[in-house]
Design a protein around this ligand. Structure first.
Ligand code: 3NM
Length: 212
């Protein structure tokens, strides 16, 4: 299998197991995809590797069928073990060379970035895409101040035109227009989708705004 691309992905969804009932994970996956999420990540900060791998094995048939890349947060070894499409890592999770060595050439590697300098470094290092945020403070990643919107356009011009750049953190349908006006082209939305009464409809609403 050759490396996938996120170049046509506007909305990247995360199956964050802090919000998703384990029994409903496949249904939530189907709803996010039905609404137009173009990539999906499994994020389970309190889970061990085996439990994450088991969840990935349940979700992969659905994402494969839909042609949606599945990305594993934090665990390159799990991504390899289950045959996922990518791995997402934070600033303290090793160098691109270390992670590329573990996952091979065909897997997407994404990096969380929180400053313009980190975003530029991620591009230079060779990451396949970045998250940039948190735009607003968010309980999903508690304890981090919001970085605001003033740097979105300049980081897009330097980094986002080269590799996909997903603005993340506290983004919801109600503030999305503001984030787009600040220069965001692609976003990650977590709690506002997972806590919506109608996940597919809310996802579709976000995608429609991003399409403009
Ligand atoms: N990473 P919500 S912010 C997982 O800034 C994550 O790197 C962030 O969730 C970063 O849409 C964040 O619920 C949480 O705010 C996003």
């Amino acid at each position: 299998m050759s490396k996938q691309t996120l170049s046509n992905v506007l909305l990247y969804g995360i199956l964050d197991m802090g919000y998703v009932d384990e029994q409903k994970a496949t249904e939530v996956t189907r709803q996010l995809i039905a609404g137009g999420a173009g990539a999906l990540q499994i994020r389970a900060k309190r889970w061990g590797r085996e439990r994450i791998a088991a969840m990935a094995e349940r979700v992969l048939p659905i994402t494969r069928d839909a042609g949606v890349p599945l990305i594993i947060n934090d665990y390159p070894e799990v991504a390899v073990e289950v045959g996922a499409d990518g791995v997402h890592v934070g600033q303290d999770d090793g160098t691109i060379d270390e992670i590329r060595y573990l996952v091979g050439e065909d897997m997407l590697i994404g990096r969380s970035t929180h400053t313009p300098a980190q975003a530029e470094a991620a591009l230079e290092d060779g990451f396949d895409y970045i998250g940039f945020g948190p735009v607003f403070p968010t309980p999903t990643k508690a304890g981090r101040p919001g970085i605001g919107m003033e740097n979105i356009q300049s980081v897009h011009e330097k980094v986002g035109v080269e590799i996909p750049m997903f603005c993340i953190g506290g983004i919801k349908p109600e503030n999305l227009d503001q984030v787009i006006a600040a220069g965001a082209r692609r976003v990650v939305v977590v709690s506002a989708l997972l806590q919506a009464d109608d996940i597919a409809a809310t996802t579709a609403e976000v995608v429609a705004k991003l399409k403009g």
